[in-house]
Design a protein around this ligand. Structure first.
Ligand SMILES: NC(=O)C1=CN([C@@H]2O[C@H](COP(=O)(O)OP(=O)(O)OC[C@H]3O[C@@H](n4cnc5c(N)ncnc54)[C@H](OP(=O)(O)O)[C@@H]3O)[C@@H](O)[C@H]2O)C=CC1
Ligand SMILES: O=C(CO)COP(=O)(O)O
Ligand SMILES: [Zn+2]
Length: 352
C-alpha cells in the first residue's frame, strides 16, 4: 500500500478502540450491528480461551451472531491455514483474535486471506502487533513479517491485561521503548540512502516512547492503571506504523537483532525483551543516551543483559553481526557492523 515513491498511499487504521475495565461485553458494540455481521469466528488459545475467549463468545452470541471457535496451540503457517479453512467453511464474515500475539496474528492473516475484517481482543500487552496491521508468523527458526490489515476494532480489557503475567506487559513496554532507536535508524536511512521517511509516523512513534518512559515509575505488576498506559502506547505505535505504511517507525536495528536472536532460538526470550536490549546497544552505536534506555527498562522490570535474555556473549555478538542477513534493504546503524565493534558495544553497555 505504498506508491512508487515508497510513500504510504493508504492509511489503514482501526475503526473503534475500546480500552478500560470489564470492556469485553462491548465487543458486540465494536462489531456495530449496522455493519451486518452474522457469523463470527473466535480465534483463541488454550489458556486465553478461559481468560477471555469463552466470555467474548457468550457476548457475541447474546448479540445474535452465530459463533465458531478455533483454538491455536502453536503459532505458524499451519495454524493460519487451519484457521483460514475453518473461516471459509463456516463462512465467517468477521474474525475475533482473542489472546496474546499468537491467536491475534493468526486471526489477522486468516482474515486477510478470506477478505473479512478482524477484531483484536488482547489478553496480554506484550507487543504492538496486537494493534497493528503486521503479523509475524514463525516458520522453523525464521519469522515472516506479513502485511495484512489493521483491526476493525481493538477491545483491551485492562482487568484482564493486569492479570496476565507481568513479564508480558514489561515486554510490551520494551517493544515501545525500542521505538526511540527505530526512529533514529529510520532518519539515518533517510540521510544516507534517501529512504522515504514520514515525519508524522516518526514523530508519533517517538512521542509514544517518550510518554511511556515518563510513566515508567507507574508501571507495576497487578496495577491496572499500568496496563492502560501500556495499551495506549501499543495502539499509538500501531497507528504510527499505519501512517508510515511500514513497520519502520517501530522496527530498526534493535528489531533485526531480535529477529537474529529468534533464528538462534525463538523460545528463550520474548520479542519486546530482545528489542529492548537491542535498543540499548543501537542507541550506544548512535552515540545517544543509551543509559536512559537501560534505566527505563530496569525501572519497568525488563531485561537489560544477555544473561537475563538467556543468551551467551557469543550468541548476542553473532546476532548483531547476523543482522546483515535480515531485511538487508532496511538500512540501520547496524548495517556493516564488524564483529569487533559488536563486541565492544555489548561490553561498553554492560549487555555482557
Ligand atoms: N505482529 C507483530 O508485530 C509481532 C508479532 N509477534 C508474534 O506474536 C507471538 C508472541 O506473542 P506473545 O503475546 O508474546 O505470546 P503468546 O501469544 O504466545 O502468549 C504468551 C503466553 O502467555 C499466555 N497468556 C496470554 N495472555 C494471558 C493472560 N491474560 N493470562 C495468562 N496467560 C496468558 C499465553 O497462553 P496460551 O497458552 O493460551 O497461548 C502464552 O502461553 C509470536 O507468534 C510472534 O511471532 C511478536 C512480535 C511482534
Ligand atoms: O515488531 C514490530 C514493531 O514493534 C514489527 O516489526 P517487524 O516488521 O520487524 O516484524
Ligand atoms: Zn516489535
Amino acid at each position: 500500500m505504498t506508491d512508487r515513491f515508497g510513500k504510504s498511499k493508504w492509511i489503514n487504521l482501526p475503526r473503534n478502540v475500546v480500552v478500560g475495565h470489564d470492556v469485553l461485553e462491548e465487543v458486540p458494540d465494536v462489531l456495530e450491528t449496522r455493519l451486518g455481521f452474522e457469523r463470527a469466528l473466535v480465534v483463541t488459545s488454550p489458556t486465553t480461551r478461559n481468560v477471555a475467549g469463552d466470555e467474548v463468545t457468550a457476548h457475541v452470541e447474546d448479540a445474535g451472531l452465530v459463533v465458531e471457535t478455533v483454538v491455536v496451540e502453536k503459532a505458524g503457517f499451519e495454524a493460519v491455514e487451519r484457521t483460514t479453512s475453518v473461516a471459509r467453511e463456516f463462512e465467517a464474515d468477521v474474525l475475533l483474535g482473542v489472546g496474546g500475539g499468537v491467536p491475534i496474528d493468526t486471526a489477522k492473516v486468516s482474515a486477510d486471506e478470506v477478505g473479512a475484517p478482524y477484531v483484536s481482543v488482547p489478553t496480554a500487552a506484550s507487543h504492538d502487533g496486537i494493534t497493528s496491521s503486521r503479523a509475524s508468523i514463525p516458520d522453523g527458526n525464521r519469522r515472516h513479517s506479513v502485511e495484512a490489515s489493521a483491526p476493525l476494532g481493538v477491545v483491551a480489557d485492562t482487568a484482564v491485561l493486569a492479570d496476565a503475567p507481568f513479564r508480558l506487559t514489561a515486554s510490551g513496554c520494551a517493544d515501545i521503548i525500542s521505538n526511540y532507536t527505530a526512529v533514529l535508524d529510520w532518519r539515518l536511512a533517510r540521510r544516507l540512502q534517501n529512504a522515504y521517511y514520514s515525519r508524522y509516523g516518526g514523530a508519533l512513534s517517538e512521542m509514544t516512547a517518550e510518554i511511556l518512559v515518563e510513566n515508567a515509575d507507574s508501571i507495576r505488576p497487578g496495577f491496572e492503571e499500568s496496563t492502560w498506559v501500556v495499551v495506549k502506547a501499543l495502539v499509538s505505535s500501531g497507528v504510527a506504523m499505519s501512517i508510515a505504511g511500514s513497520s519502520r517507525p517501530a522496527s530498526g536495528g534493535e528489531h533485526k537483532f531480535s529477529h537474529a536472536l529468534d533464528r538462534i532460538d525463538g523460545d528463550r526470550a520474548l520479542h519486546g525483551e530482545q528489542c529492548g536490549v537491542g535498543s540499548v546497544v543501537t542507541m550506544y552505536l548512535h552515540g545517544g543516551d543509551w543509559r536512559s534506555i537501560r534505566d527505563a527498562l530496569e525501572t519497568i522490570g525488563a531485561p537489560t543483559t544477555a544473561d537475563e535474555l538467556g543468551f551467551s556473549r557469543d550468541e548476542v555478538v553473532d546476532a548483531l553481526v547476523r543482522t546483515e542477513e535480515i531485511r538487508p534493504e532496511r538500512y540501520t546503524v547496524l548495517t556493516g557492523i564488524t564483529r569487533d565493534a559488536a563486541e565492544n558495544a555489548v561490553e561498553e553497555t554492560g549487555v555482557v
